[in-house]
Design a protein around this ligand. Structure first.
Ligand code: ADP
Ligand code: MG
Length: 296
């Protein structure tokens, strides 16, 4: 666990002790770390620019992607439900992103432990998630990879949205401007899939985050995702057709208002999909939150 990058000229290791692995991604590893002078704990995302399999073009892309991630995190700094970027170190081989530590880990693992959540507890999470998405969208940032693995929990079990690796800014005056395929299969919005699978001449924007919110909300309540098939191609087709159901018995006791919000988020037509702003007025959020999440 003390395995460290061999030649760190960035100064990160002079300032922090590196501890155990907290999580991994495609080109990064996240570890707990401790600031030497204060003993304060953080999480450091170590982006490796030089692994053997990465070509120079890959390294450039990873570098630019990380720079974009940092710029967007700084644009969004200060929101209580977005992970705080503490500081950044950079050498030729590595970029170190030092984040506040989210000790309770991923919402994904939390859900696996408790199997599924009540409507009340789902409301606690979805209210915070809606606030984050409304905030990002008001600043013209689209996250593009919202999912249970990228939502972390702090000590009080408040959510902290993280992983802005695919996040992008909508230029002023244009609504839908993205055409690239990125994200995670089970959370991809139909319009994203249609562009890459049917070469549709169109583009997508903010509504993709609301689709992902719908997938998250459904999964929290059911304990399984709305779109799933062991053959990925079939799953993608189900997504494009909006083919999911509120199956008995697990959905029998879920209220109509709750299902209505999921339906509005999982609207195949992005024009008809609810926006983060409009979601605030939805009945699901009008009920006051009286419960807290707790670890069982
Ligand atoms: P990637 O872009 O490679 O997916 P992420 O930023 O999503 O990287 O981090 C990967 C994983 O590391 C997360 O899913 C989570 O398990 C863990 N992790 C990331 N940031 C933190 C943090 N601030 N506190 C605790 N764990 C974290
Ligand atoms: Mg991630």
């Amino acid at each position: 666990t003390e395995e460290a990058p061999n030649e760190d000229t960035s100064g990160f290791q002079a300032k922090y002790f590196i501890k155990e692995v907290l999580g991994r991604g495609a080109s990064s590893v996240v570890k707990r770390c401790v600031e030497k002078t204060t003993g304060k704990e953080f999480a450091v995302k170590i982006v490796d620019l030089t692994t053997e399999r990465t070509t120079e073009a890959d390294a450039k892309e990873i570098y630019n992607g990380t720079k974009n991630e940092i710029a967007i995190l700084r644009m969004l700094a200060g929101h209580p439900n977005i992970v705080e970027l503490h500081e950044v170190f950079e050498s030729a081989a590595f970029i170190f992103l030092v984040f506040e530590l989210c000790r309770k880990g991923e919402l994904f693992d939390f859900l696996n432990r408790v199997v599924c959540l009540s409507e009340k507890k789902t409301r606690v999470i979805m209210r915070q998630l809606r606030d984050v998405v409304a905030f990002m969208h008001s600043r013209n940032v689209v996250h593009r990879d919202l999912k249970l693995e990228n939502i972390l929990l702090d000590d009080q079990l408040n959510i902290k949205v993280t992983d802005f690796g695919f996040a992008a800014i909508i230029p002023p005056g244009s609504d839908d401007c993205f055409t690239d395929l990125c994200g995670t299969p089970g959370y991809l919005a139909p319009e994203v899939l249609k562009i890459s699978m049917y070469q549709e001449q169109s583009s997508y924007g903010k509504p993709v985050d609301l689709w992902a919110c719908g997938v998250i909300m459904y999964t929290l309540l059911a304990g399984y995702p709305p779109f799933w098939h062991r053959r990925q191609m079939m799953m993608l087709r189900m997504i494009m057709e909006g083919q999911y159901s509120f199956a008995a018995p697990e959905w029998d006791d879920v209220g109509q208002c709750t299902k209505d919000l999921i339906r509005r988020m999982l609207s195949v037509d992005p024009q008809k999909r609810i926006t983060a702003e409009d979601a605030l007025e939805h009945g699901f959020f009008q009920i006051s939150t009286l419960v807290r999440l707790e670890l069982s």
